[in-house]
Design a protein around this ligand. Structure first.
Ligand code: SF4
Length: 304
C-alpha cells in the first residue's frame, strides 16, 4: 500500500489496513479487471478512510475507484461505507455542461424542431395590441371621431367615420399588429449579420463590376431595412433569394457585360452570280480570242 494522504489527519490504522476489503468492494462495483493498483488512503474523519484504486478502463483515464470504509468506536470490525468512481487530478473529463440555448447554432434546426423564444428576448419587443388608448384630443381618438361625425352630419349625410388613418390601420400597414415585433436591437443585429455575409466588405463585392443598387435583379423591400437591403433574384448569383446590402455586388450584375451580337457576314463583292462561257478548243488562226464588247454580259460591263 502506498502511504499517501492528502489530509492533515492520520488515517485510522484499522481502516487504512482494510485494503483487501476495499478492493473487493471496488471489484464488485466495477467490471472484471478494471480495478488497478491501490493509490492512496485518505482520512475522511474519525475512523473513516477512503481507499483509492486506479481505474484501468480506457474510457476513464485518470479516474479512481474510491471505496470508503469505517468502523464503530471501540470496534475492530471495519465495514464498507460506499464505492464510487471519482476523477483524479489528470482525469479525462467531459467539457463543462452548457445549456442547449447557448449551444444552439444557426442551421441546427431541422424539420419538426421547435425553438422556444425567451419571453425576455432582447431581439423582440411588444407589438401594437390595440389596448393603447389615444389621447382625447388625438385625431384618431373616439371622442374626436364622434365630434367629426357630428359636424359632418350637419353638412352632409355622411355618417360613416373612415377607418383609414386610425391607429389600427397604421399599425396594420406598418406590420405592428403582432404580439411581438423586432426591437431596435433585433433590427440592428440582423442588419449587421446580413451585411457581414452579403455586404460591401465581402471579396465578392470587392471584385464586382457594380453594386446591387443598380442591378436589375434586385427586388426592393419595404420598411426601414429597405433603405439598405434588397433581395437578389438572379438564379446564377451566390446571393439568389438572399437579402443583400445595396452596396453588395457580384459578376452577375444585370449591366456588367452586355452579350455581344452574332457577327454578320460581309456582303458579297460580286453583284452577279452568272456563269461565264469559255471555248473548249483554241480559237482559229486570225481569231484573237477576244470577245466583242457587244457579246459581253451587261453585268461584266458594270451595268445594272
Ligand atoms: S445579381 Fe449580383 S449585383 Fe445583382 S442583385 Fe444579385 S448579387 Fe446584386
Amino acid at each position: 500500500m502506498s502511504a499517501a494522504t492528502t489530509r492533515s489527519r492520520t488515517p485510522d490504522r484499522l481502516c487504512a489496513e482494510a485494503v483487501d476489503l476495499a478492493r473487493t468492494a471496488a471489484e464488485e462495483a466495477a467490471a472484471p479487471g478494471v480495478v488497478g493498483e491501490h493509490v492512496s488512503a485518505i482520512a475522511e474523519g474519525d475512523r473513516v478512510v477512503t481507499h483509492l484504486f486506479e481505474c484501468k478502463d480506457p474510457g476513464y483515464r485518470g479516474w479512481r475507484w474510491a471505496v470508503t470504509v469505517t468502523r464503530a468506536s471501540r470496534a475492530k470490525l471495519v465495514t464498507l461505507n460506499e464505492t464510487v468512481l471519482l476523477p483524479g487530478d489528470d482525469a479525462l473529463l467531459a467539457p463543462e455542461w452548457v445549456p442547449w440555448s447557448e449551444r444552439l447554432r444557426p442551421g441546427d434546426m431541422g424539420p419538426g424542431d421547435l425553438l422556444p423564444t425567451d419571453a425576455e428576448d432582447l431581439r423582440l419587443e411588444a407589438g401594437w395590441s390595440g389596448e393603447d388608448v389615444p389621447p382625447p384630443n388625438s385625431v384618431v381618438s373616439t371622442e374626436m371621431a364622434e365630434l367629426v361625425e357630428a359636424e359632418d352630419a350637419d353638412v352632409t349625410d355622411r355618417t360613416v367615420v373612415p377607418v383609414r388613418g386610425s391607429i389600427a390601420a397604421v399599425a396594420e400597414e406598418l406590420g405592428m399588429r403582432r404580439a411581438r415585433v423586432l426591437s431596435r436591437y433585433g433590427l440592428h443585429s440582423a442588419a449587421d449579420r446580413w451585411d457581414e455575409s452579403f455586404g460591401a466588405k465581402t471579396p465578392m463585392a470587392q471584385a464586382a463590376p457594380a453594386s446591387c443598387v443598380s442591378c436589375g435583379f434586385l427586388v426592393a423591400i419595404g420598411g426601414s431595412l429597405g433603405q439598405a437591403f434588397g433581395v437578389c433574384a438572379n438564379e446564377f448569383s451566390p446571393a439568389d433569394g438572399r437579402l443583400v446590402s445595396l452596396s453588395y455586388g457580384c459578376g452577375g450584375h444585370s449591366e456588367a457585360a452586355v452579350m455581344p451580337k452574332p457577327p454578320r457576314p460581309a456582303p458579297p463583292v460580286l453583284d452577279s452570280m452568272a456563269t461565264d462561257e469559255f471555248p473548249l478548243r483554241p480559237a482559229p488562226a486570225g481569231d484573237t480570242g477576244s470577245v466583242p464588247v457587244s457579246d459581253l454580259p451587261a453585268a461584266d460591263l458594270g451595268h445594272s
